[in-house]
Design a protein around this ligand. Sequence first.
Ligand code: CMP
Length: 152
Amino acid sequence: MAIEQTLAIIKPDAVKQKHIGNIIAKIEAAQFNIQQAFMLQLAQEEAAEFYHIHAEKPFFNDLTSFMSSGPVMVMILEKENAIADWRALMGATNPKEADADTIRALYAQSIDENAVHGSDSPETAFEEITFFFEADESLDLEELLDEAETSS
Ligand code: CMP
């Protein structure tokens, strides 16, 4: 299985409720390497650009105002199968449907304020990582993307 990178965001609700440490502990217990990380507060226009694939959805305005309502932590997580494994560790988008012991089951309130975000495919991982981070020195993301495309 290939080493992958994925983008993780600890959202404003989880930052406000002081769950950064708990979430990072679960990330490390699950054997991800946190390859890069920093905190920032997005402008609403930046949140809209990041979530552009949801622009037509009824929840888009609420989503972008929530994501710009306070600081977030963005991270590049790295391990074998990182994209699917991070999604599994997050749990379902709606915390009411999330499996026990997933991050959203433990720390999220609602589908709108659901503690964490993760990329959903190699293509979005590439797009989302390069939205926040300079091209990575240690992994050739474009090469990984090509590999993922040729093997699917
Ligand atoms: P995230 O994985 O960050 O991607 C888009 C976000 O939109 C999602 O988490 C939810 O927090 C939010 N959202 C709000 N309503 C919905 C919905 N009905 N379906 C999917 N995502 C939703």
